[in-house]
Design a binder for this molecule. Structure first.
Ligand SMILES: *Cc1c(COP(=O)(O)O)cnc(C)c1O
Length: 828
């Protein structure tokens, strides 16, 4: 950068200073010069935009300095490829990471602004479905905080995850128009764009050195344009880059069509190109007709790799050391085409031979597996590949041919194993197994919790583990304590800082251990309870405004918030609620702890059973909340539109966290960590990271129930007969029957039949098998909550022992064991 273009120290102080007066001046300037408003006439959105620009201005100098330093030091860089980044609102998070929340609040006060309303005005970028996308966002926060050079690569969806509204108890989807009022956090880079081809055919030719080469002549080309969002580390000068791609028609395309007079053809081509980054696909939808999803995956992978190649050529002038410069992390199989695309770019575009290109590819890529659910293991039909990505299909065939030769050497005369391991599944129609492509083309494969990694090694990737045991790692997921404590639960953050003596815990969560020695201190317990009750009151007020029902903060808040899915078993909690209802109706004096059950979560729009579960939550709530006989004892409420922003209201307010998936199904979970960090106790199965959470917080401070993964396996192998469980348990039968009776559906005995029939006759996730253990365990929860000192102690110990579940620890694990990257500190 030209030195004269840099702002002087004096300019920087006034333009981007961090003191209150500088903030006020800058805020008014931004409001006037960027929004054309005075305070008196500004809308809430104007006020928010001016605040966002004021904060962004304070990140830019650090951002440029980070980029420059990373370049000068030629630092090894992590490239995190993810089809989803579920970021959540930026404003407050960036204020916290800059360390100027209090100053900004004071500046706002002097300008007579409503700080909370301005923060509330931000519409979050919902560019993800749930846990997987949120994990990517937590990792971006931790990479910057740990000062590791990193670029997050993904898709700038015009429409993110749908907004959920509840109409007559049913989920209804509304388009997410997060960009309609403008996005102040992103910087468009119109000159930074790459062509991405689709379709067409390949042809062989002889190059000038007489070597046989392939070239791909696509029938359609779109451009990917970069939009950059700065990601600030906490308390450091490092600002990393999130680069999201938007698809556009190449300009030349328009002009060509225009010149031959095909105006509508040109417009159509433009629309087709723009479709690629138009909308985020929801999870759990049937696979049919997802050509667009494959296009999305290839689109962002290709743009990202071309961008890395550009950076490396600028810097080193050669691609020979690409894998030393970049550690590419594939977040699930969605970006696994990177293996084939990097091969294509190196061989076809940069004329490398196969051996060298394969060496680079296999040393650059690393793969995270996120699921064992068979229906979620991604495959694409060979036919679709032939049509959309003919060159990649050739490359995958060749990778597979060479790989299977290796398998045959390793496992002599084991053709069954060769068929199981092949990248091509020949069993029903020919399909490409994306997880196999990623595993073969990666240096490391990791699962996301200890149990999940073990199951990965013993089930879906067993053959691969036997062939390459050293390739497999576990990296247990984590979440960022900046967003999930400091931003969302400031009262708790203050109390922890007071009790620990400083705020080092925000950078080193293991410091929370200090709280242990005060867990029995009645003074701390009283403050701890006050903080929890205040958060519950905040949530109650919010729910009151949105749903018309205001829960009582003195009741136990029992919360299950996550995507709605049968394997997560929201219906197990519902059966417990219906059972409780019957208990109270039969004996109004039964000794129970008054509870409010709060559910939140979206169902995939095409997932009928999940939508029926939402309807049942609301239907049960309607009956129970209107029954005076149980008022004060039992309440049920559904929080609409569970997203990051609403999650931040929920996690601090929970007393009890429901983590009740069927053992073996939840790869890790991260919601479990957010709750526990905020002092909720967990009722849960031995699934995913629950296992490790329980080991960390202490078995006495965790409510464990249910079949273990091996027991589930055994039960199913023996031939599980849910109707026998149903007929053998009076109370369970009566709860199921009450739902089927129409009591919760105005006499309609058909409405919930698909759900109750499924439980009685099939019950693939062993809800009935775990019912009694769950109800018994909930009785222990009841008793524990009635002993406040005991409960508060457990709550404090939960928070105190959550150090392991900071995403900083996860990123440290990746950095040391998988990526081999080191920090490049930038001073704040
Ligand atoms: C953390 C989070 C999740 C993941 O929750 P799990 O309980 O781990 O499934 C999903 N959605 C949002 C909005 C989250 O913040």
């Amino acid at each position: 950068m030209n030195d004269t273009a840099k702002p002087t120290a004096e300019q920087q102080r006034t333009r981007t200073g961090l003191d209150k007066d500088a903030l006020k001046r800058a805020y008014l300037d931004n409001l006037f010069y960027l929004r054309g408003r005075f305070l008196e006439v500004a809308t809430t959105n104007d006020l928010y935009m001016a605040a966002a620009y004021t904060v962004r201005d304070r990140m830019l100098a650090r951002w440029i300095k980070s980029a420059q330093t990373y370049k000068d030091t030629n630092a090894r860089t992590v490239c995190y490829l993810s089809a989803e980044f579920l970021l959540g609102p930026h404003l407050l998070n960036n204020l916290v990471n800059l360390g100027i929340t209090d100053t900004a609040r004071a500046a706002g006060e002097e300008l007579e602004l409503d700080f909370e309303a301005i923060v509330e005005a931000e519409e979050e970028p919902g560019l993800g479905n749930g846990g997987l996308g949120r994990l990517a966002a937590c990792y971006m926060d931790s990479l910057a905080t740990l000062q590791i050079p990193a670029i997050g690569y993904g898709i700038r969806y015009e429409f993110g995850i749908f907004d959920q509204v509840i109409v007559d108890g049913w989920q209804s989807e509304r388009g997410d128009t997060w960009l309609k009022s403008g996005n102040p956090w992103e910087i468009p880079r119109p000159k930074l764009s790459f062509p991405v081809g689709f379709g067409g055919h390949t042809e062989q030719y002889t190059d000038e050195h007489g070597a046989l080469r392939m070239r791909w002549l696509p029938s359609m080309v779109v451009n990917g344009m970069a939009y950059d969002t700065p990601i600030m580390g906490y308390g450091v000068g490092n600002v990393n880059l999130l680069r999201l791609w938007k698809s556009e028609a190449p300009e030349s395309f328009d002009f060509q069509a225009f010149n031959v007079g095909d105006y509508y053809g040109a417009v159509h081509a433009k629309m087709e190109a723009e479709t690629i980054s138009k909308v985020l696909y929801p999870n759990d939808e049937p696979e049919a007709g997802k050509a667009l999803r494959l296009k999305q995956q290839y689109f962002f992978v290709s743009c990202s790799l071309q961008d890395m190649i550009r950076l490396e050529l600028n810097n080193a002038g050669t691609l020979a050391h690409f894998h030393e410069k970049f550690a590419v992390q594939l977040n699930d199989t969605h970006p696994s085409l990177a293996v084939a695309e990097l091969m294509r770019l190196l061989m076809d575009e940069y004329l490398m031979d196969w051996t060298r290109a394969w060496e680079i590819t296999r040393n650059a890529c690393h793969f995270t597996n996120h699921t064992l659910l068979p229906e979620a293991l991604e495959t694409w039909s060979v036919h679709l590949f032939e049509r959309l990505l003919p060159r990649h299909l050739q490359i995958i065939y060749e990778i597979n041919r060479r790989f299977l030769d290796e398998v045959r050497v390793h496992f002599f005369a084991d053709e069954a194993r060769v068929a199981r391991m092949s990248i091509i599944d020949e069993s029903f129609g020919r399909r490409i197994r994306m997880a196999h492509l990623a595993a073969v083309g990666s240096k490391a494969v990791n699962g996301v919790a200890a149990l999940h990694t073990d199951l990965l090694k013993s089930t879906v990737m067993h053959d691969f583990y036997e062939m390459w045991p050293e390739k497999f790692h576990n990296v247990t997921n984590g979440v960022t304590p900046r967003r999930f404590i400091a931003v969302s639960n400031p009262r708790l953050a203050r109390l922890i800082t007071e009790a620990c003596g400083d705020d080092r815990w925000l950078r080193d969560l293991a410091c929370l251990k200090q709280l242990e020695e005060q867990a029995e201190d009645h003074g701390l317990q009283a403050q701890w309870r006050q903080v929890k009750t205040a958060a519950k009151q905040d949530l109650a007020n919010w729910l009151g405004e949105r749903t018309g029902f205001t829960p009582d903060p003195q009741t136990l808040f029992d919360v299950q918030a996550k995507r709605i899915h049968e394997y997560k078993r929201q219906h197990l909690s519902l059966l417990h609620i219906v059972w409780l209802y019957e208990q109270i109706k039969q004996n109004p004096n039964v000794e129970l702890t008054p509870r409010t059950f709060i559910f939140g979560g979206k169902a995939a729009p095409g997932y009928f059973m999940a939508k029926l579960i939402i309807k049942l939550v609301n239907a049960v709530g309607e009956v129970i909340n209107n029954d005076p006989q149980v008022s004060g004892m039992l309440r049920v409420v559904f929080m609409p539109d569970f997203n990051v922003k609403n999650g931040q209201r929920l996690y601090p307010a929970a007393d009890l966290s429901e983590q009740i998936s069927m053992a073996g199904k939840e790869a890790s979970g991260t919601g479990n960590m957010k709750f526990s960090m905020n002092g909720a106790l967990t009722i849960g199965t031995l699934d995913g990271a629950n296992v490790e959470i329980r080991d960390e917080v202490g078995h006495d401070n965790f409510f464990l129930f249910g079949l273990t993964a091996p027991e589930v396996h055994q039960r199913q192998a023996e031939g599980y007969r849910p109707w026998e469980v149903y007929h053998g348990n009076e109370q369970l039968k009566s709860a199921v029957d009450l739902i089927a009776s129409g009591l919760f559906s105005h006499g309609d005995t058909e409405l919930f039949r698909p759900l109750t029939d499924n439980l009685i006759h099939s019950d693939p996730f062993l809800v009935l098998a775990d019912f009694q253990a769950y109800v018994d365990c909930q009785r222990q929860v009841d008793r524990a909550y009635r002993a406040p000192h005991h409960w508060d102690r457990m709550s404090i110990l939960n928070t105190a022992r959550m150090g392991k579940f900071s995403s900083d620890r996860s990123i440290q694990d990746y950095a040391e064991r998988i990526w081999g990257v080191a920090p490049v500190p930038i001073e704040a």
